[in-house]
Design a protein around this ligand. Structure first.
Ligand code: 5GP
Ligand code: ZN
Length: 117
């Protein structure tokens, strides 16, 4: 638990969230400000600031986070016709919450990867 981390609080149930999946290591919940018809965030329960915070010791968790993301997307019936995942990292990556999270965006064609070069 990192003090005042909103996603740690969601993982502990201290802030309400609309969860779509949870187990002992990860939680998936709907984004409060959806950017697509389906917008879900998948987080590890353990606090890691960002993708840049993953170390070799976190390989198993990193793989599990990605595999569970695919599982959640399948459960939400997004696998066909497809979806976008994003792990925004740092300031230029557009990261606002510094507890690593995978965005799942779907329910419409998501379009180009970036709006500007
Ligand atoms: P980032 O920009 O860090 O990649 O994405 C953070 C995401 O977290 C944003 O899409 C934002 O809407 C979402 N978010 C921020 N605070 C909350 C919250 O309290 N609950 C939920 N469900 N989503 C949140
Ligand atoms: Zn956290």
């Amino acid at each position: 638990m990192s003090e005042n981390c909103v996603f740690c609080k969601i993982a502990k149930g201290e802030i309400p969230s609309r969860n779509v999946y949870e187990d002992d290591r990860v939680v998936a919940f709907y984004d409060i400000n959806p950017q697509a018809p389906v917008h879900v965030l998948v987080i590890p329960r353990r606090h890691i600031d960002s993708l840049d915070g993953f170390t070799v010791d976190d390989r198993d968790l990193a793989g599990y986070l990605l595999e569970r993301t695919a599982h959640v997307a399948r459960e939400l019936r997004l696998a066909e016709p497809g979806y976008r995942i994003s792990i925004n990292t740092g300031a230029h990556g557009g990261q606002e919450v510094f507890h690593i999270h995978v965005h799942i965006l779907g329910g419409r064609p998501i379009g180009p990867l970036a709006s500007r070069r």
